[in-house]
Design a protein around this ligand. Structure first.
Ligand code: ATP
Length: 271
């Protein structure tokens, strides 16, 4: 059986409330992820197959990782995370073993969610795969995906959610039925989405009364969530800069007063 050391705790610290402008993605994840994980018997009864794999794609920084973690946290089901780059960095044979062990562990703790971040690194098109090793890793992933059929796992579902910036570079065999047959596209947010993201990102910090979210959303065409987050944290830094400058100015004024006092004193002592 799979090593106990593989962490299956759902992530904490990030909730769906922290995300903005992702209503459409949330709706799709509810249909394809939440329903089957929480009510597998309804699918069995209706003889409807449960989704096996969901491919979440979109540009870097659009929130693929955070939305996956936030969903896992809100579902409260075990969560097995596989990071593409760390899987392929192993020695030959190690990578396949890691994939196998993570999938085995997931089956033990099912119903559960597997999250594969940067799946394109693990599963490039086999004809463009550089080495025999890469080809073997893709093959292992296909075998592992096929092993998740519910009837092979006491009717307990394991759903794989995978994120990528480059869906076209994936091996097409992965996108066939019974594997990653559901795709959700998270594009660059539009103006109203940016406004919602900005609002979600500024729930905590105290804001000045004149913040105009719709004007900010207009001015930030092309920004993804990660860019907007940088903007908000810069605003925080600027506000602290202003505070520091005010402090320094005050300190300087006090020093001048001291000098004046000092010279008065000196004058006095000379007398
Ligand atoms: P990459 O492909 O580079 O891994 P990604 O799409 O997985 O990017 P994340 O790492 O999930 O992007 O997002 C980067 C950061 O941007 C997150 O830490 C999060 O704080 C912020 N962010 C992204 N999208 C949103 C959003 N819709 N609402 C609020 N914050 C967001």
């Amino acid at each position: 059986s799979a090593p106990e050391k593989i962490d299956t705790n759902p992530p904490s610290g990030f909730t769906l409330r922290d995300l903005g402008g992702v209503d459409n993605v949330k709706r799709q994840l509810k249909d394809h992820l939440v329903l089957p994980l929480l009510y597998p018997e309804e699918y069995t009864e209706r003889k409807i197959p449960i989704p096996r794999g969901i491919l979440l794609h979109g540009p870097p920084g659009c929130g693929k990782t955070v939305i996956s973690r936030a969903f896992a946290a809100s579902l409260g089901v075990p969560f097995v995370e596989i990071l593409g780059p760390s899987v392929v960095s192993g020695m030959s044979g190690e990578s396949e073993k890691q994939i196998r062990e993570h999938f085995d562990r997931a089956k033990e703790v099912a119903p559960c969610l597997i999250f594969i971040d940067e799946i394109d690194v693990i599963a490039p098109k086999r004809d463009s795969a550089q080495s025999q090793m890469e080809k073997r890793i893709v093959a292992q992933l296909l075998i592992s995906m096929d092993s998740l059929a519910m009837e092979k796992n006491n009717g307990k579902p394991v759903i794989v959610l995978a994120a990528t910036n480059r869906p076209d570079s994936l091996d097409p065999a992965l996108r066939r039925g019974g594997r990653f047959d559901t795709e959700i596209n998270m594009g660059v947010p539009n103006e109203s989405m940016r406004e919602m993201i900005l609002k979600a990102l500024t729930r905590e910090p105290r804001l000045s009364d004149d913040v105009d979210f719709s004007a900010l959303a207009k001015k930030t065409a092309g920004f993804v969530g990660a860019d907007l987050k940088d903007l908000v944290s810069k605003a925080g830094t600027w506000s602290m800069d202003q505070f520091r400058e005010a402090l320094e100015k005050q300190a300087m004024e006090e020093e001048t007063e001291m000098d004046v006092d000092g010279s008065e004193l000196a004058k006095g002592s000379r007398m």
